[in-house]
Design a protein around this ligand. Structure first.
Ligand code: SG7
Ligand code: ZN
Length: 265
């Protein structure tokens, strides 16, 4: 529970470490992926989303936490292809403020940002009993990062989220939304990705995340991006000063001693 003033926007990120020491650590996320420095690791097999398409009839819970829109995932969804099985917890998005202008994604590739980024968060349920136990351990979490760029076509999969954002305009609001195929949000090519050890990109910034950033980007329309950028507030309904929830991406962090591995050459 970070101070509300730290909740959204690029301002104040440099002060996070005063309240959350891990934010000043040496294995932080996001990072810039310099593709010429990345190292091919032939042991990196495709990640396998498990049960992502078996959504059932139970609606998903979606809420505005003042920093992003979070969609809780059912416990039968998980991730294979890593040394342990990881159970899905939630997914959420990061974005900028002015349509397809620079900024929006957290990770960058060769210095270039995408327009937005989807994160699917999982915890290591082979080694830890729950998310809160796992999130302080270095092998505790696995997050999939999907870079989102704008193009001509509407991406109908993202409307499963965007269509319902008006129900959670203010911080702490919650809505039930029809369950949908989560795999439809991912790129088709799950075999080509970047892998490195990093952190949560918001306070408390625990260095507990095995990151998988897909090489292939997914595309949404400019109208879809603008809807995401202009509909949510980081403030609660009862608060008089309305603050649009924008620019909820963290600046890239130094790689320091780390190596980024690629699953492809
Ligand atoms: C967003 O990013 C939320 C947080 C998440 C954080 O603020 O999705 O999750 C909840 C439940 O509020 O924190 C522990 C956690 O998942 C950081 O996640 S991220 O590193 O993938 N961006
Ligand atoms: Zn995130």
């Amino acid at each position: 529970q970070w101070m509300p003033a730290l909740a959204a926007g690029l301002v104040g990120q440099s002060e996070w470490s005063e309240y959350f020491p891990d934010c000043g650590g040496t294995s932080q996320s996001p990072v810039d992926v310099m593709t010429t420095q990345a190292k091919y690791d032939p042991s990196l097999i495709p990640v396998t989303p498990l049960g992502y398409s078996q959504h059932g009839n139970q609606p998903f819970t979606m809420y505005n936490n003042g920093h992003t829109v979070v969609i809780e995932l059912p416990e039968w969804m998980g991730l294979g292809g890593l040394p342990w099985f990881f159970t899905a917890i939630q997914m959420h998005l990061h974005w900028g403020n002015d349509g397809p202008s620079p900024g929006g994604s957290e990770h960058t590739i060769n210095g270039l940002s995408a327009d937005a980024e989807l994160h699917v968060v999982h915890y290591n349920s082979e080694l830890y009993p729950n998310m809160s136990a796992a999130m302080t351990q270095k092998d505790g979490l696995a997050v999939l990062g999907i870079l989102i760029v704008t193009g001509e076509e509407t991406n109908p999969a993202f409307n499963n989220i965007l269509n319902y954002l008006s129900r959670i305009r203010h911080a702490d609001q919650k809505a039930f939304i029809p369950a949908f195929d989560v795999q439809s949000l991912l790129p088709e090519d799950l075999g080509r990705y970047y892998r490195y050890n990093g952190s949560l990109t918001t306070p408390p910034c625990h260095q507990s995340v095995i990151w998988t950033l897909f090489h292939k980007r997914v595309q949404i329309s400019v109208a879809q991006l603008l809807k995401l950028e202009k509909i949510l507030y980081s403030s609660k309904a009862e608060e008089p000063d309305r603050m649009l929830l924008q620019d909820n991406y963290r600046a890239t962090q130094p790689l320091n001693h780390r190596v980024i591995f690629t699953s492809f050459s």
